[in-house]
Design a protein around this ligand. Structure first.
Ligand code: NAD
Length: 357
């Protein structure tokens, strides 16, 4: 099969890590008999330098014309004095909304070989963990009515959360489908003991659960979920939750893996076209030094194959290669821990993954 992939390298380490992922995707394409056509577009600070804006129309058009999009990272100190609506990071919200992406998938996986990187005690992470957080991305309190008004005690600020059954059902269905492709366990997280939106959320999720009898479904309050994630993360398979709860819990889940350079993410909408990117930023402190860990971006490429193109065996191949490279003891500096081995460069660890594929 032939696929067109838009590349948004961005700033800082963005170009290095995206180029690593491209090499891995090219190797995978050759192995499985596919053809990937890559086309680069500007985003972030480099787009400001060349065009004056962080998200040029040409980039939006190019992404819309592609089968999927791979993004590195944007931002850096040289653009810190840009006005708020022209900052590099503004392009991230812009591209997600232009592509109509309403859900964010964030795996938080603790690789057995990296157990010591987790800040949790050994006995808690003895079996590792592998969680997928499905977060609603364009609704809820971040997008609700807001403002400043006169209240009972004078001036007050307010933000409101609203969710329609349609918004809940589409994210819920996506989460059940994701659970069907994994260990078939889904936990929906809400605050239904207090919030009206959570009560509607729970009602819709329960309705959906009847359509997926194979999925072991449960509900959990968000305050309990925040505790359970650090008490026993391995109890979770797929988690589905609202925009704000997902924002907070996905950062907590990332943190307990202890390795920011290893975590990919996917944002998806109604079409198969998605935006795939590492969860970390542009790491300006190590940019251009060939020190960046490219594994999060390589794994984002694997997610693209799985979720945009339906190429599960090809995605498994990349993920297994990353596992093997880690099992063999290869590390970039960010995941070296207490090891006395010499860290590999970005290019060296990329080549190790390619060798295994
Ligand atoms: P960061 O994630 O860029 O870096 C935090 C720390 O983690 C740094 O020490 C960095 O060297 C290290 N790190 C991150 N990714 C790494 C990798 N792949 N390999 C090795 N080490 C890695 O976060 P920050 O320093 O807060 O932000 C830097 C810039 O990135 C800012 O301009 C910020 O706005 C931007 N940012 C962009 C995105 C995005 O593009 N999605 C996300 C977060 C931050």
């Amino acid at each position: 099969m032939e696929y067109n992939i838009a590349l948004l390298r961005g700033d800082g380490i963005g170009p290095e890590i995206v180029d690593s992922a491209v090499k891995v995707l090219e190797k995978t394409a050759a192995k499985f008999g596919h053809k990937f056509n890559f086309k680069p577009y500007l985003i972030g600070g480099c787009a400001i330098d060349k065009t004056g804006v962080p998200l040029p129309q040409e980039t939006i058009d190019g992404c819309l014309a592609s089968d999927s999009v791979l993004l590195g990272a944007v931002g850096g100190p040289q653009w810190d004095d840009q006005p708020g609506d022209n900052r590099p990071e503004k392009a991230l919200l812009g591209i997600r909304s232009a592509l109509g992406l309403y859900m964010n998938l964030r795996p938080a996986k603790l690789y057995p070989a990296l157990r010591s990187a987790s800040p949790l005690k050994d006995e808690i992470v003895a079996n590792g963990f592998d969680i997928l957080i499905v977060r609603e991305l364009i609704g809820g309190i971040y997008f609700g009515e807001r403002g400043i008004r006169q209240g009972r005690c004078g001036e007050e600020a307010f933000d409101t959360e609203s969710y329609s059954p349609m918004e809940i059902e589409r994210i819920g269905r996506a989460a059940f489908e994701a659970a069907m492709k994994r260990r078939k366990r889904l936990c929906s997280i809400d605050k239904a003991n207090v919030l009206e939106t959570s009560r509607l959320w729970r009602r819709i999720m329960h309705g959906l659960s009847e359509e997926y009898p194979e999925v072991e479904y449960s509900d959990m309050f968000v305050d309990n979920a925040a505790m359970q994630l650090i008490r026993d993360p391995d109890q979770f398979d797929v988690i589905v939750t609202s925009n704000m709860f997902g924002d907070i819990l996905s950062d907590e889940a990332s943190q307990i893996t202890g390795s920011i350079g290893m975590l990919p993410s996917a944002s998806l909408g109604a079409s198969t076209r998605g935006l795939f990117e590492p969860i970390h930023g542009s790491a300006p402190d190590i940019a251009g030094q060939n020190k960046a860990d490219p594994l999060a971006t390589i794994l984002s490429g694997a997610m693209m194959l799985r979720y945009s193109f339906g190429l599960s065996s090809e995605a498994d191949c990349i993920e297994n290669a990353v596992n093997s490279v880690l099992d063999a003891g290869h590390r970039t500096a960010d995941i070296l821990g207490t090891s006395s081995n010499t860290p590999l460069s970005c290019t060296e660890i990329t080549n190790k993954v390619i060798e295994v594929i």
